[in-house]
Design a protein. Sequence first.
Length: 189
Amino acid sequence: MTLEGKKIAILIAPRGTEEPEFTQPKAAVEQAGGTVTVISLEAGEAQAVNNDLDPGATFPVDKAIGEVSSKDFDALVIPGGSVGADKLRGSKEVVAFVRAFFDQSKPVAAICHAPWTLVEADVVKGRTLTSFPTLQTDIRNAGGTWIDQEVVVDKGLVTSRNPKDLPAFCAKLIEEISEGKHAEGGENT
């Protein structure tokens, strides 16, 4: 599948996003021909982590959240990492940005702790998704159905549990972005 001509936003926290959950989806989108814009809370660079505690590489930020609109993108990828996900969900601008993708029925992919941002954006009600297991109560309390699967797709929303699920997560997010908007119906796997 090709993502030629598709513009994909990927979020990264200033510190605390899980490195493989950022780098692997970004690389998959780029290899499929998509254009990626790295967005964070502030301009400059963002420090990733490995296994939530170990410092990872530093990545350049293309745009600060205040400089972008969901209307400029075809899809959104939200990596996990408990600290990074918590920082992202604490930003009203990030939450509004995430919610706007759902309002426009655009594909969104979220892995590990990233569904915290979806809970904060109030977009999980009536949806089936997965996440890192410790988020399942938050998802259920927000009206979602949590299941323990490698990858779950619900009307353009792709979710996975952890870095071990990245191959399946990346394949499904490419497929969903390629399909485009998911206003009605959609698969539930």
